[in-house]
Design a protein. Sequence first.
Length: 340
Amino acid sequence: MPAPMPPALVLTAGRGRRLAPLTDIRAKPAVPVAGRALVLRILDWLAGQGVEEAVLNLHHRPETITRSVGYGAAAGVRVRYSWEPVLLGSAGGPRQALPLLGPRFFVVNGDTLADLNLRELLEDHLRTGAAVTLGVTAHPDPARYGGVLAAADGRVRGFAPAGGGAAALFVGVQVAEASAFADLPAGQPAATVGGLYDRLLRFPGGDGPGGIRARAGSARFLDVGTPSDYLAACMAVAEEQGQRAPTPGAGSEVHPTAALRRTVVWNRAVIGPRCRLEDCIVTDDVHLPAGTELRGAVCVARTAVPGSGGGRAGPRRVAPARVIGNARVSPLDAGAGAGS
């Protein structure tokens, strides 16, 4: 009988600046993907892989995550939370959560969907004695995303920036030893790439036990980084489920004479008669009047306050927008900025 799977830390604390203005309303992991919150889809996948316990770190709009997830019953995983009063980053977050995780754990990005085999990733990690093992796949777009530079045997040599040449794509899933993070100061922001992992690679033992490894596979990878990415991920998942488009969210009303194409509608929205929407995202509580025609747009109710929920970083610069009905309407991706 195989050993129990380690717990997973799902990184759900980030502000999601590139996904603005959607993240004015919900934390990035709480946005609905084909009718189910992204974080619940991640937890569903973890449960299907045999993971029984997960920890979610929280900072921006935490209530939108906890409201969807609770204690994990809807996904069949026991969930606990690690609160970050200050956003701690990709290494500081795991360091903060160590008391909840035990000696070894998976780390899963909360803004991507991937389907690699966790058991195989874990077995490879145990076989090599690595401190960290990264799940990677062939790179679909080196000009846009950075990558992992690894030798043929999986030993990681470094990390390439976007446009930095041939590299494997990190799919947002890894397994790590708690000892890799234990020496970081608690409660202090810290990064993995550009920080902790680069230091691990400089240690004399970086090529052997205790180093960083990569396991290559053919995992599907869906990013939910920007509104365009999000829309594409929703369409892809809906198609996998046999739907032409995602079903409008709870409490939403779409008039029979309205025509929606490649459009996502969140909860409690009202799409009036003769509306024509293509490649659009309509968020919670938006009301669009009769005859509205939009293409490549994001609609956010004007009651949504930019920068709310994460608060401590100050107001976000809002992209130019027009007002239609009760909605602030901006071009798709116009509000996307740098940062997580």
